[in-house]
Design a protein around this ligand. Sequence first.
Ligand SMILES: Cc1ncc(COP(=O)(O)O)c(/C=N/[C@@H](CCC(=O)O)C(=O)O)c1O
Length: 426
Amino acid sequence: QPKTTWNRPKFNNEKSTVGHCTRVPRNANMEKLQSGYLFPEICMREFEHSQKYPQAGLIRLGVGDTTEPIPDIITSAMAEHAHALSTVQGYRGYGAEQGDTALRKAIAETFYRDVGVKANEVFVSDGAQCDISRLQMLMGPNVSVAVQDPSFPGYIDSSVIVGQAGMFQDENGKYENIVYMKCGHENNFFPDLSTTSRTDIIFFCSPNNPTGYAASRQQLQQLVEFAKANGSIIVYDSAYATYISDESPKSIFEIPGAKEVAIEVSSFSKFAGFTGVRLGWTVVPEELLYLNGFPVIKDYNRIVCTCFNGASSVAQAGGLACLSKDGYRALSAVVDYYKGNAGIIADAFASLGLKVYGGKNAPYVWVHFPGMSSWDIFSEILEKTHIVTVPGRGFGPGGEEYIRVSAFGQRERILEASRRLKNLYK
Ligand SMILES: Cc1ncc(COP(=O)(O)O)c(/C=N/[C@@H](CCC(=O)O)C(=O)O)c1O
């Protein structure tokens, strides 16, 4: 089939032929979505494979979900808070929608001490993906959007859902009205801004999911200047910033002038193993203003108060423990463990003579299979090695010919995956 064909099952748009129909029209934006959300699809393929080969010893390197236990110092803090809820003195009801003051301060001091972000600019949430959707509500349907290609599918899919995108174009696998900024190894994973159209919003993820590339200071300076010149707002996703081990910036606010053009979204998921606990944050600087001079932070606060009632108090107690000196030290060891996994995976694919990217500043390895459909690569690896990956095409047309391999896993499973991969073509 031509490379541009999505060999994913079409989104189930069939109408039910039985049962009572209401007179409520379907949201036309939902109808534009081309398939199910990428990660549940991967889980479905994984389930089907495990049904077909129950004894295969499936290794799950697909969805980027952490696997290592949360350090006891953090779970004890959550348990203690939870238990206190069973006492008259310790019981607490609704907290501040913006988050617990101590946690907001701890986030500001831990991640933004030297860049002038204040605690009142930090909004604690139930996760970065949730904040991305709330930011979409904030921006509304009438803004233009640019995304990196490839990038985390949450940006594009939420843009479609809120009505920012036009129709999906089969011929190129892109939605109308969305600017896809090619970020491949050919252009050092950074868009050519001289040929990039102006958009109101620029989603930018660094370290990038799926390529694992962390943008350099010089690149981010270009991005901030580009946004300033165009009057755009950058939504900067730093969910993997704690994996950066070189001199790449960990926050967009390390770049002078960024507070006038950027919002930063981040998460406890990937460095604290809070994927199921659910805790994240968004920084909206007071200096960020709309066209009419109105501060964005005031509207975001209104969204948070109206559409979100605050993160779990138990999760926030855990978040505070994560940012304690001992908690953060324990978590850094887990991040290093996953990065060790990434090195093992990268070496396995390199031993096959394949070009491998990422894995140094992120828990994802990005592998190039020139001339091949990424869904075919995904299926071949799954069938031959019983290892689940993610087809690069799921992250945008720029992901074709690639697969993303997650480094989240117990070491012995990663070593087994390495053994199987080294024999992929034998
Ligand atoms: C760049 C980026 N930003 C936000 C998220 C989700 O963060 P949380 O909602 O805080 O767990 C993710 C999560 N990504 C995982 C899980 C995806 C999912 O299951 O939604 C993945 O890419 O496999 C991410 O990659």
